[in-house]
Design a protein around this ligand. Structure first.
Ligand code: SAH
Length: 254
């Protein structure tokens, strides 16, 4: 029997390669093979030892996504071949990263695994725009929500509107209008501060300071696409306009 390998689920942080943990750097150097998502900054792979393999399993770039079941099979096979495997994901592996599905598959196959937390974009993106997700006066708590759900698994935006929490929404650009409509039905005011942060912590970062009612229009006008985080709540008032939808982007779309 092959010697037992192991899988590390590692968070690569929101984008800036310096926002990597020391532990992530160490296990990247120990890895024989790294399975990497496309939101991960390629600079991070510079921490791998010479000769280690990289397998890209990203879902963008015009390529068809690697099916989740295939990724899970690959993780199991590489570990069972005796390899030290790193599964590298953007942000934190257990926040909207399907990390839980992968660890369940590893458990089912009897493969040992460990997690190395990463800085999630839901905290890092607001921070990079100057927004604290909690504040004693303005935000007593925060909800991390996905704007992209499976068929039939809708988010209850009206209930979230009544929660009084800062709302941090991942993958929310495409469904922004529906989200805003649901939150307005739940009683949130049109002028409630809102912000969008695209490519957070990277040189191309853009921030839009907006309001709940204006959000869809501002996103369109500025041509903001994925990856971006939406922040809705009083704390978004602190959004720094630096790197915002600037003249050049509007001019570019005109
Ligand atoms: N596990 C990741 C989230 C994966 S889901 C994490 O913890 O951050 C992918 C979504 O994350 C994107 O659609 C976007 O909403 C958000 N995201 C990831 N990186 C981002 C970045 N640098 N700037 C803004 N949003 C980002």
């Amino acid at each position: 029997m092959a010697s037992a390998g192991k899988v590390w689920l590692v968070g690569a942080g929101p984008g800036d390669p310096e926002l990597l943990t020391l532990k992530a750097v160490r296990v990247l150097y120990e890895a024989d093979v790294v399975l990497v998502d496309d939101l991960v900054n390629p600079a991070v792979l510079g921490h791998m030892k010479p000769g280690a393999r990289v397998i890209h399993v990203g879902k963008r770039g015009g390529c068809k996504s690697t099916p989740q079941a295939f990724i899970e099979k690959l993780l199991v096979a590489e570990a069972k071949a005796g390899n030290t495997v790193v599964r590298l994901k953007g942000g934190d592996p257990f926040v909207f990263g399907r990390g839980g599905e992968e660890t369940a598959a590893l458990d089912a196959a009897g493969v040992h695994w460990q997690v190395v937390s990463g800085i999630t974009s839901g905290i890092a993106a607001p921070a990079a725009a100057g927004i604290p997700v909690t504040h004693r006066e303005a935000g007593r708590g925060v909800a991390f929500i996905t704007g992209h759900t499976r068929e039939g698994a809708a988010v209850d935006w009206e209930a979230l509107a009544r929660s009084g929490l800062t709302l941090v929404i991942y993958m929310g650009i495409a469904r922004c209008e529906d989200i805003v409509a649901g939150l307005r039905r739940g009683g949130l005011r049109a002028t409630l501060p809102a912000a969008v942060i695209q490519h957070a912590t990277l040189p191309q970062q853009r921030v839009i300071a907006s309001s709940l009612a204006r959000l869809p229009e501002d996103i369109r006008a500025c041509g903001i696409g994925s990856p971006a985080i939406l922040v809705i709540g009083e704390v978004a008032d602190a959004a720094r306009m630096a790197g915002q939808c600037a003249d050049e982007s509007l001019a570019g779309s005109a």
